[in-house]
Design a protein around this ligand. Structure first.
Ligand SMILES: Cc1ncc(COP(=O)(O)O)c(C=O)c1O
Ligand SMILES: N[C@@H](CCOP(=O)(O)O)C(=O)O
Length: 477
């Protein structure tokens, strides 16, 4: 399988190269040159597989430059009940991404049982093992430069801590994460982890990461790599749980299922789009946003208008405080029938914070052919929905998942099962949980005194040159 760039300016590469390579040299995102498809018979044969077995079947279709037995061993080592141990229900303790039934056709798929209590662990743990494998084979090192609004950062750091040949430089928006998220990242004392708090919002952090990646000389000299969903390895590993969720709820293999996905950088729902392109019978993909509703506007009007920092709001689902969604580029590439010239034209504007409006016939295809719908939530909705789910089903859901619950209700068709993807555990967002439920959220025993641990981080202005200096001072060349 070869990989190309959404903007057309990259010679085809193999999986291991794009895994280490981050952003494509032309500023675009790497994407498989075609989607492998499962037939109905093949889907039927996958239905009863365990998570690691399923992960191998899906991921191996995209990876043909790591021998199958080695890839399988890496996947088996990643997806264990010991790693994904923070489940709510002891009866499901050996399940990875268990599905909770709310009613006959409404379900929540738990994706946050990994080490850092967010869905990012599903792909990041595998990425850590893949990096280590490929770097060891090649005798190379990598310096990961990433951006987080709260969850990617800790997932990456927990996955990479102590890994040989890997350093992590993680940018986060100063003062914008929850106290739990901050403590999770900043309390790590490992020598290969650098936390950089940027005096701005997530979008500025992501722009800095892209600027560093777009400096080819710096990138080559300092061996810069990515762990954000810029990295294809991330989204493809996320596609696996759509298969798992589908088989858990489909009345019969081949029947349609809808998924509702709390969204910000569009990586999670892009993974759903990939699963759908691979032949998984997903009918609708519902994009749920918070008050930063650029994606909701896009799927309702066909107009994509990233907002400036002055119009990016701090909300109570803070990990989705994003107004320039990186992975939308991959979906729009498919929507434009993979016309890289047209895509590059649009995204050169997006890189400069300019928007675009789709032609009506293209806009119609997002709904009719690709199954997208959307909905947004306010703080009041979020609090009311956390309360409703607790009162009705006895389940605590976090603020991001609550945004998903609202969108799922808005687009529900009771004839078709609907899976809401849970993206974090409530323990990460105590203030909003207390407001909604008047009680502290459940917290895993191993994380009881997290906020009391000493914290370590540096502060930078939102300046890509300052970031390059910071990296250069810490990486021996
Ligand atoms: C808890 C949580 N929910 C939802 C999202 C949005 O996911 P994505 O950026 O993949 O759209 C994020 C961050 O990405 C998150 O951390
Ligand atoms: N919400 C994310 C933002 C980055 O998303 P990614 O999927 O591109 O890594 C976070 O928690 O950091």
């Amino acid at each position: 399988m070869n990989y190309i760039s959404t903007r057309g300016g990259m010679a085809p590469q193999r999986f291991s190269d794009i895994l280490l390579g981050g952003l494509a040299p032309d500023g675009g995102l790497a994407i498989a040159e075609r989607y492998p498809r499962f037939s109905l018979d093949e889907l039927q044969s996958l239905a009863s597989l365990s998570y690691p077995e399923l992960a191998f079947q899906v991921i191996s279709r995209f990876v043909d430059d790591i021998p199958a037995d080695q890839l399988k061993a890496l996947i088996d080592r990643t997806y264990t009940a010991k790693v994904y141990c923070h489940g709510r229900d002891p009866a499901q303790a050996n399940q990875i991404t268990p599905v909770v039934r709310l009613d006959d056709t409404l379900f929540i798929q738990e994706l946050s049982n990994g080490p850092t209590l967010a869905f990012k662990d599903m792909a990041m743990q595998l990425l850590g093992n893949l990096f280590e494998h490929v770097l060891t084979q090649r005798g190379q090192e990598i310096n990961i430069v990433g951006a987080t609004s709260g969850d990617t950062g800790s997932a990456a750091e927990y996955a990479m801590r102590g890994k040989h040949g890997v350093r992590v430089f993680m940018l986060s928006p100063f003062g914008k994460m929850s106290p739990f998220q901050r403590a999770q990242m900043f309390s790590l004392q490992d020598e290969n982890i650098y936390n950089i708090s940027v005096k701005s919002m997530f979008d500025a952090c992501q722009d800095m990461v892209k600027a560093v990646n777009n400096d080819a000389a710096f990138k080559a000299r300092y061996k810069v790599g990515a762990v954000n969903s810029i990295n294809w390895g991330r989204v493809v590993a996320q596609a696996v749980y759509y298969f798992k969720g589908y088989f858990a709820v489909a009345q019969k293999v081949g029947e349609p299922v809808d998924f509702c996905v709390p969204s910000g950088n569009f990586g999670n729902v892009c993974a759903g789009h990939i699963a759908r392109q691979m032949g998984l019978p997903i009918r609708r993909l519902i994009v749920a946003t918070n008050e930063n509703d650029v994606l909701d506007e896009f799927f309702k009007t066909g107009g994509y208008h990233p907002r400036g920092l002055d119009r990016t709001y701090e909300t109570s689902s803070p990990s989705m405080d994003i107004t320039k969604a990186s992975n939308l580029e991959r979906f729009v590439f498919d929507l434009l029938d993979r016309d890289a010239t047209k895509l590059a034209e649009l995204w050169c504007g997006v890189d400069k914070n300019q928007g675009f409006d789709l032609a009506p016939e293209v806009f119609a295809r997002m709904h009719d052919e690709f199954g997208f719908r959307s909905e947004k939530s306010s703080h009041a909705d979020r609090v009311a929905n956390i309360r409703e789910v607790f009162q009705r089903y006895g389940l605590q859901i976090d603020p991001h998942t609550a945004d998903g619950y609202k969108a799922a209700k808005a687009h529900r068709d009771t004839a078709v099962p609907m899976v809401i993807l849970e993206t974090a555990l409530p323990a990460k967002f105590e203030e909003t949980m207390r407001e909604a439920l008047d009680q502290a959220p459940q917290r895993p025993v191993d994380l009881q005194d997290l906020e009391a641990q000493p914290q370590r981080f540096d502060v930078l202005e939102a300046d890509a040159e300052a970031l390059k200096r910071y990296v250069a001072e810490r990486v021996p060349v």
